[in-house]
Write a protein of this length. Structure first.
Length: 439
C-alpha cells in the first residue's frame, strides 16, 4: 500500500469504528494470531531520526541481532509520520499490513476501538517480562481507561523549545522566550535577512494537532466535551488555532514555505541556520545528524501565556508524547511478535534506541541510565511530569487529528498564499472539521 490521502482517512476511520478487520491472516479471537509463518515478521517503524535512511541504519543492526538470537527474520519498513496513520487505517480496513508496528500513543484509543490490535492482558505482558517494568503514565497512554492496553510503550517524549545559540547571540538576545508574547517580539528580531525565527511543519497533520491542542488548553478550552462530543469551533478553540497560524500570517516569524513542510524539513532548516527556533519532541539526534554539535543549541520549556509558568491547567505546554508498539491481532507469527516486542523493550535495547533517538525510556530500569540526564532530556522529563496533558482519550481521536489537522494545514496554506486568516475563516474551517466528525 502507498500513501492514502487525508480525506480518505476520515471515511476509513468512521468505517473502522463499526468493523474490526485486522491484518496478517491468522485467527481473530481475543487472544489472536497464529504461528503459520514462524520464521518471519513484518515491522512498520515510525520515522524517529532525521530521515528514513538514518532509521534504517539504526534499526538494521538491531533487527539482525534479533534474527541471530531467534532465527526470525524481520522485514523492516520505516514509514514517514505524514503517512503513518493513514497507512495503519488502510491496513486495518483492508486486512493487508504488518505483524508489528509503531503507533503514536495518541492513536491508541482509536485503533483499540477497531478491535484490530492484540490486547495486552496479563498473559501477554508476562510474555515480555511484566507490566510493572514500564512507567505507569506511559501505560496510561496505550489505550482507553478500564481496558487492557492496545500497545506497549517504546519511546517516551514531550515537546520542548530548541533554539540556536549563535543566532540568538548574533541578534543580541540573552534568553529564549518563556511566553508567547516574548516569542513574537523575540521572533521579529530574528526574522530578517532571509532567516526566520520559528520552524513549523504546516502540512503535518499530527504536528498541527499537537500545537493546536496545547494552545487550546492554554486558552482554557477542550476539543471534546465531557460526553465525548466534538467542540472544535468554540470561540476559545478558534482563538487558539488562530494564534498558532498567526505566527506565520500576522506575526511573520514563520517562513511561508513551512506551510508545505511535513517530513521534518524544519529540523534541517534549524540545523542549517535558516531558522532560530523549533518546537519539537526529542530533536537532539536529528540536529547531530545534520551536522550540529552539542552546545550549538539550547533547550527550554515551550512558552506559556504571559504571567504564567509551565504547569497544569492553562499552563500546559506539551501533549503527552510517545511511540507505542502494537501487534495486529491476527498476525501469522504471534509467538515471534511477542518475542520481538520483548526484545525491543528489553533494558539493553531501550537504553540503546532511546539514547540514539534522544527520547526517554518508558522502561524503569533503562530510564535510570546517566545517558538520560542530559540538559534536553531533563527538560523533556520535567515537562512530562509537571506540565504535559494527554490528547483526548476518545475512540475518534485519529479522526480528530485528520479533520482538525487538515483544517490547520489549509489555514497555513492560506497564510502562505497571502490570503487573510480571520476569526471567521478559522471558525469556518473548524466547523467543517466538526461536521466531518458527525458523518
Amino acid at each position: 500500500m502507498r500513501r492514502t490521502r487525508a480525506a480518505a482517512a476520515v471515511v476509513v476511520t468512521a468505517s473502522l469504528l463499526a468493523a474490526a478487520t485486522a491484518c496478517g491472516g491468522g485467527s481473530t479471537g481475543d487472544e489472536g494470531g497464529s504461528n503459520a509463518a514462524p520464521k518471519e515478521l513484518t515491522y512498520w517503524a515510525s520515522n524517529q531520526g532525521p530521515d528514513i535512511a538514518a532509521d534504517q541504519a539504526t534499526l538494521g543492526p538491531e533487527l539482525k541481532k534479533f534474527e541471530e538470537r531467534t532465527g526470525i527474520k524481520v522485514k523492516l519498513e520505516v514509514v514517514p509520520w505524514a503517512d503513518l496513520l493513514n497507512r495503519i487505517l488502510a491496513a486495518t480496513a483492508s486486512g493487508q499490513g504488518p505483524d508489528v508496528l509503531n503507533i503514536g500513543n495518541t492513536w491508541s484509543s482509536s485503533l483499540q476501538a477497531t478491535g484490530a490490535l492484540l490486547p495486552w492482558n496479563a498473559k501477554n505482558f508476562d510474555a515480555i517480562g511484566g507490566r510493572d517494568r514500564f512507567v505507569e503514565s506511559a501505560i496510561g497512554s496505550a489505550g482507553a481507561t478500564g481496558q487492557d492496553p492496545a500497545a506497549v510503550p517504546l519511546y517516551s517524549m514531550s515537546y520542548a523549545l530548541y533554539y540556536n545559540k549563535k543566532m540568538f547571540k548574533d541578534a543580541g538576545i540573552d534568553k529564549p522566550p518563556a511566553t508567547w508574547d516574548e516569542m513574537v517580539t523575540t521572533g521579529q528580531k530574528l526574522s530578517k535577512d532571509g532567516k526566520w525565527a520559528l520552524g513549523a511543519e504546516g502540512s503535518n497533520l499530527s504536528n498541527n494537532i499537537h500545537q493546536a491542542f496545547v494552545l487550546s488548553r492554554q486558552h482554557g478550552a477542550e476539543f471534546f466535551d465531557a460526553a465525548g462530543k466534538p467542540t472544535f469551533d468554540t470561540p476559545t478553540n478558534v482563538e487558539a488555532v488562530k494564534q498558532y497560524v498567526d505566527l506565520m500570517a500576522k506575526d511573520k516569524i514563520i517562513a511561508p514555505g513551512n506551510a508545505e513542510y511535513d517530513k521534518n524539513q524544519s529540523l534541517q532548516d534549524f540545523a542549517n541556520g535558516k531558522t532560530a527556533m523549533v518546537l519539537w519532541q526529542s530533536a537532539a539526534s536529528s540536529f547531530k545528524a545534520h551536522g550540529m554539535k552539542e552546545g550549538d543549541w539550547g533547550v527550554a520549556p515551550v512558552p506559556v501565556p504571559a504571567g504564567g509558568a509551565p504547569g497544569q491547567g492553562k499552563n500546559v505546554n506539551s501533549m503527552v508524547a510517545g511511540i507505542n508498539m502494537a501487534v495486529f491481532k491476527n498476525t501469522d507469527n504471534i509467538d515471534g511478535a511477542l518475542k520481538f516486542v520483548k526484545f525491543m523493550t528489553s533494558d539493553e535495547e531501550q537504553r540503546l534506541l532511546n539514547k540514539t533517538y534522544g527520547s526517554i525510556p518508558p522502561v524503569k530500569a533503562a530510564q535510570q541510565d546517566q545517558a538520560f540526564a542530559t540538559e534536553d532530556l531533563t527538560v523533556l522529563r520535567t515537562t512530562l511530569g509537571a506540565s504535559a496533558a494527554p490528547l483526548p482519550q476518545v475512540p475518534e481521536e485519529s479522526q480528530f487529528e485528520t479533520a482538525v489537522g487538515t483544517a490547520v494545514k489549509e489555514l497555513f496554506a492560506d497564510a502562505a498564499a497571502g490570503r487573510a486568516v480571520t476569526t471567521e475563516s478559522v471558525k469556518a474551517k473548524l466547523s467543517k472539521a466538526q461536521q466531518q466528525m458527525a458523518k
